[in-house]
Design a protein around this ligand. Structure first.
Ligand code: UDX
Length: 435
């Protein structure tokens, strides 16, 4: 098949590379020519394990083609995916401006025969009907087109694996022909198939992200209880999760969820509910708890450091990505700077992105985690990169001024830290005060 993917972010580029790898001819449309040039030369523009290799392989096989032009790509495609961003507007609504713009731009180039236009962007209920309206308004008279919604559930850091091994492939459409086209395209992928209508497909994506964010906020709320009650949140949640009806997965307490999806999608589902006349009580609380998780941690640091010189390890919103969108590190750094802290930072890949928010006059960047802790009064861990888990804490100890660790991801064993010589403040576990 020939397909076009409009948008080359995590969802667009990963899907395009995977579909090309299945043997399809794939056009990827972007709107910034410098970026398209880089993509043509094998630079995926984002850090995602395995993506560069997959991109280079399919560029070499001439199965993936990057362009800023709509005409040739759209007119030769059987399926067109819209995979552009839907960021939050100031009021929390998903900003659908780009989605509608690309629908208007692609429509005039649809070929005479049949084309499926499928939306992979996360869009509120009813959006695909609006896309359908735009396309019908601008398409050539003889173009036959069917609209579908194909939400994407990939996680950053494991995006290729997730795309190939999804738990489910959701296809929402009124058109049997469109469903069959999409089933054929997704055939090599693992996962159950869910065939449904447009509104259900749109809601499945928000409902999935909302329940995952709810699990995290639940874990964080329980961690607040544990801190006040002297309990250990890891023991509590391990035992809670042993109940097969509950499970332990995705209930790790921490310094709050971030990233391109949960913060935006929780805001959007709150507004979708309000627009439908529903009071989204639960999701309001999920968002509030996430804010409290970040704030509590910042307060914990301020209350327990001896001087205002600290080091932070981990800046991306989670490991194996350089993405810093809504990363808790940005919030914590902002709060500490407001209080006059001097901050050294280290992250294996996210440094250049953070520099765009806090330049070198505001915080000090290090390429070596050990050098970052020289003479600091506290080490703050905000992302659970593997390289921090078995780091040489004796070496860290030699370099630090005061031996205090604030662990926002509970990466160290609580028992082990009791004899480590460090004072250790983690999430939902009793503080260890060694100095
Ligand atoms: C998420 C969804 O998992 C994915 O299905 C959807 O398509 C996009 O949004 P992603 O944002 O890449 O994926 O990362 P994810 O691994 O889900 O983590 C999101 C945030 O939650 C991170 O900040 C992470 O640190 C945090 N998190 C996750 C927790 O705090 N505790 C957990 O138990 C799990």
């Amino acid at each position: 098949m020939t397909i076009t993917v409009i948008g080359h972010g995590y969802v667009g580029l990963v899907s395009a590379c995977v579909f090309a790898d299945f043997g399809n001819n794939v056009y990827v449309i972007g709107h910034t020519s410098q970026k398209i040039e880089k993509l043509r030369n094998g630079d995926p523009l984002i850090y995602e394990p395995g993506l560069k290799e997959l991109l280079e392989k399919n560029l070499l096989a001439k199965r993936i083609l990057f362009t800023t032009e709509y005409e040739k790509a759209i007119s030769s495609s059987d399926i067109v995916f819209i995979a552009v961003g839907t960021p939050s507007k100031a009021n929390g609504d998903a900003d659908l401006g780009t989605v509608f713009q690309v629908a208007e731009k692609l429509a005039p180039h649809l070929k005479k025969g049949f084309t499926v236009v499928s939306c992979k962007s996360t869009v509120p209920v009813g959006t695909n009907r609006k896309i359908e309206g735009i396309i019908n308004q601008y398409k050539p008279k003889n173009a036959e087109v069917a609209i579908a919604s194909c939400p994407e559930f990939l996680r950053e850091g494991t995006a290729i694996y997730d795309t190939l091994n999804a738990d489910r492939v959701v296809i929402g459409s009124d058109s049997h022909k469109a469903i069959n086209f999409l089933l054929k395209l997704h055939k090599p992928m693992n996962g159950k198939r869910v065939i449904t209508n447009l509104a259900s497909a749109e809601l499945i994506k928000y409902a999935s992200n909302a329940v995952l964010a709810t699990k995290i906020s639940f874990a964080n709320l329980i961690s607040f209880y544990c801190e006040k009650a002297g309990a250990d949140v890891e023991n509590v949640l391990d035992a809670v999760g042993m109940d097969k009806r509950i499970g332990r997965i995705f209930m790790d307490p921490g310094v709050g969820y971030g990233g391109a999806c949960f913060p935006k999608d929780v805001k959007a589902i709150i507004n979708i509910g309000k627009n439908l006349g529903i009071d989204p009580l639960l999701f309001d609380a999920v968002e509030k708890i996430n804010y409290e998780a970040k704030l509590n941690f910042a307060v914990k640091i301020m209350a327990n450091t001896k001087t205002k010189k600290v080091a932070i390890w981990g800046l991306s919103f989670k490991p194996n990505t350089d993405d810093i969108r809504e990363a808790p590190s940005l919030f914590i750094i902002g709060k500490l700077l407001d209080m006059g802290f001097k901050i050294n930072v280290y992250d294996p890949v996210a440094e250049s992105n953070v520099k765009k928010v806090f330049d070198e006059t505001k915080i000090k960047y290090f390429t070596d985690p050990y050098k970052a802790v020289d003479e600091v009064s506290a080490l703050i861990i905000l992302t659970e990169w593997n390289e921090f888990k078995q780091i040489d804490l004796e070496e860290v100890k030699k370099r630090m001024k005061d031996l205090i660790i604030f662990d926002g991801r509970n990466i160290y064993d609580h028992e082990m830290m009791k004899s480590s010589g460090f004072s250790y403040y983690s999430i939902g576990r009793p503080p260890i005060k060694n100095i």
